[in-house]
Ligand binder design. Structure first.
Ligand code: MOS
Length: 723
């Protein structure tokens, strides 16, 4: 097993994250946040702050930094701070104080007096349910509400009326924060070539475009550097406020500027996962075959309606075979910190509702929940003609059931001393996607190669994957391949988001390698070269002639006086999308123990078995999946932002926003069935970034039901739910 290449640097502190960069003359910025949820800033008295020791600049909507609207090439308009005096949520960036030291900047920021004209704020999703609006189109162009009906069926109601068994319930999920270990931060430096920003992100090419847009400069004069990213999970897909503020202030002051958000600030000034309320109805024959599925979702959305958590579209539209389907997605604009992409946006909270409902149907049918799922296993998404390219979900459940001891489960759970023990399961799915990516491969005269792309590795293992796919494509040992990433000067390597990086950058690497090998062969057989006029082939890092003579690529390069040759390859989703549907699949298992008297809930065992195509690196893949499964437990039992009436998050810190610690997490068993999916891309890998968390919260809730007979339809589940 190949170890994570960036592991040693990370555990020894050698890895340099964005905020670890320091420059001569560098000064520090502190981001000032609003203390109302909705209204207008009438005035800001900055006199005392400007006079405070060490202060170099105090920027507000009234004395703003020079910035304009910015657009992300992938995600549309990006919010740029300090451009107007509107406040849309509690904890919104409304000022930026720059001083010689961080402490001076922070102290000065506390001296700024803000007067607001407050307006009524909508801060409760519950209160907004009655007036929820239709959501926008789904990201694939589907309307917010859609239905598919079998021939002769007039309405979804008729389909339910014709169903012998029907379950219907409403489920809700909490607002959550990404809680990445590295807080959002940036160091910005200007020189004669333009701007360089060191800031953790998921795609350097997106950051350069957004920063260039906001600053009114050419994208070519902005460089984004992020070789290490301390977790992102969707929360670093867009350029964060500290990066915009540091960049603009550094230009204004002609000094390098560092801006770091404190942990509490990260909770409000970046992004969160939306809370959801979802009603799921399932109608089935007595043998478990689904007749009708309805899934109506409402989610909180920022006041500017800039993000939707697409729970119905992310699950019920695709997961099971049903003749009749009706889904809808509504939104409630709220004056709370903005929601954004967070690990399996849509599928993570959506699967809690759908997979809890499937478990409820299994109970109503007195059927094993795995049997019920397999009976409704789909060959294609409901109402679509395109079959799944490769689907081995049934095998995931079979292997998982055997490994987990599922046959020991009884519908009433079991008791061990004072503990009620239950087992739960759930399906996991996440679409297999790709984004455009370019990778450069360079062969060097010392017989090493470089594989380079601007894409980022937020801990997902992309660096290791690049070296492995590069080595395989060049047919040389991985030790001879140097991977490079996380810098916008490298070939534009896509986005580390949407579980796409391996499939996207991996395919581009293969194409680039083929290209550079062709160039090598042409070079080797050109007039005056060692293999002049010969038929040459390439194998094991060597050029071979039909007479048996061979030279390594380094020897060829040296012989013709070249230090290196380079080629690039680009991949993007294409024709395959017209032929098949693509997804990763998985079966989640969980055992929980609920204490008879205290009602304490402990997870005692977890297993996930996944069908995610080819696994490039067993170690990083396993880590990735384990992290996701743990996140599922966290969603089920720990995490949830408490929104006060005034729109303030009551628990925006790591003391009160609960995250699981080692003692909460038992051994985690993750297993892959490996079926390379070359219909999706040449590498055969599908995504593993997000699917690990999908379904796990439902598996926990289903296990709690099995242990106690109590069906909890919201997460996080707390002791009080089981009293
Ligand atoms: Mo993905 S939402 O970029 O983890």
């Amino acid at each position: 097993m190949v170890s994570r290449l960036d592991g040693p640097a990370k555990v020894t502190g050698q890895a340099k994250y964005g905020a670890d960069n320091n420059f001569p003359g560098m000064v520090h910025g502190y981001v000032l946040l609003s203390t109302i949820a909705h209204g207008e800033i009438e005035a800001m008295d900055v006199a005392a702050a400007k006079d405070a020791p060490g202060v170099l600049g105090v920027y507000t909507p009234f004395e703003p930094l020079k910035m304009q609207a910015a657009t992300s090439p992938l995600f549309g308009e990006t919010w740029v701070p300090l451009r107007d005096n509107e406040v849309a949520y509690y904890g919104q960036p409304i000022g930026f104080v720059v001083a010689e030291t961080y402490e001076q900047a922070r102290d000065a920021a506390m001296l700024v007096e803000v007067s607001y004209h407050q307006r009524p704020a909508a801060t409760s999703l519950e209160d907004g349910l009655a007036t929820a609006e239709d959501g926008p189109e789904h990201r694939d162009g589907a309307p917010p509400s859609l239905s598919v009906l079998a021939e002769g069926v007039e309405s979804i109601e008729d389909a339910f009326a014709a169903s012998p068994v029907v379950v219907e319930a409403t489920y809700s999920t909490a607002f959550q924060n990404h809680a990445a270990m590295e807080p959002h931060s940036a160091v910005a430096v200007w020189d004669s070539d333009g701007l360089t920003v060191y800031s953790g992100n998921q795609a350097a090419y997106l950051q350069t475009a957004e920063l260039a847009g906001a600053l009114g400069v050419e994208p070519s004069s902005v460089r984004a550097v992020n070789p290490f990213v301390g977790g992102a999970f969707g929360g670093k897909a867009r350029t964060s406020p500290p990066a915009f503020l540091a960049a603009a202030a550094a230009r204004e002051l002609d000094r390098p500027v560092k801006a770091i958000l404190g942990r509490e600030q990260v909770f409000t000034a970046t992004g969160n996962r939306a809370a959801t309320v979802q009603t799921v109805a399932l109608g089935a024959h007595t043998d478990g075959t689904l007749i009708a599925v309805r899934h109506d979702s409402v989610c909180g959305t920022p006041a500017d309606r800039s993000f939707v958590e697409p729970t119905s579209h992310g699950t019920s539209r695709e997961w099971y075979s049903t003749q009749n389907l009706a889904i809808s997605q509504k939104i409630v604009p709220l004056n709370i910190p903005p929601t954004t992409f967070m690990r399996a946006p849509g599928e993570a909270p959506g699967s809690f509702a759908l997979e809890s409902a499937i478990d409820e149907l299994a109970v109503a049918l007195r059927m094993d929940p795995i049997e019920l799922r397999l009976r409704n296993n789909s060959a294609a998404p409901a109402g679509k003609d395109l079959q799944w390219s490769s689907k081995h979900l049934d095998e995931c459940f079979r292997i998982g059931a055997a490994r987990f001891g599922w046959s020991q489960r009884t519908p009433q759970g079991r008791t061990e001393g004072d503990w009620q023990v239950g087992l739960g399961t759930a399906t996991a799915m996440f679409p297999a996607l790709r984004f455009p990516a370019t990778v450069g491969v360079t062969l060097q005269a010392d017989d090493t190669a470089e594989v380079a792309t601007s894409g980022s590795d937020p801990g997902t293992g992309l660096l290791t994957v690049l070296s492995l796919v590069g080595a395989e494509s060049l047919d040389i040992p991985a030790e001879r391949v140097t991977p490079r990433l996380g810098d916008s000067v490298l070939p534009p390597g896509g986005l580390s988001g949407g579980s796409t990086a391996t499939a996207s950058a991996g395919t581009a690497t293969m194409l680039a390698a083929t290209e550079v090998i062709d160039e090598l062969l042409a070079l080797a057989s050109a007039p005056g070269a060692p293999f002049e006029g010969a038929e040459v082939t390439y194998e094991g890092g060597r050029v071979l002639a039909d007479n048996g003579r061979s030279m390594s690529f380094g020897e060829v390069l040296r012989a013709v006086g070249r230090e290196s040759i380079a080629a690039s390859g680009s991949s993007a989703p294409g024709e395959e999308l017209t032929k098949h549907s693509f997804s990763s699949f998985g079966a989640q298992f969980c055992e929980v123990r609920v204490h008879r008297w205290t009602r304490e809930i402990r997870v005692s065992r977890m297993l996930g078995v996944f069908d995610a195509g080819r696994i490039i690196n067993a170690q990083t893949a396993r880590s990735q999946i384990m992290g996701g499964m743990i996140w599922g437990v966290s969603a089920a039992l720990h995490e949830g932002l408490e929104v006060e009436e005034n729109g303030r998050f009551a628990n925006a810190d790591f003391a009160s926003y609960l995250l699981p610690v080692n003692a909460d997490i038992p051994e985690v068993d993750a297993h892959f069935v490996e079926y390379p999916d070359t219909l999706h891309n040449a590498v055969g890998a599908k995504g593993i970034g997000e699917i690990g968390t999908v379904g796990m919260a439902a598996a926990v809730a289903n296990a709690v039901y099995n242990a106690t007979g109590v069906r909890v339809r919201h997460i996080p589940i707390v002791i009080e739910d089981l009293l």
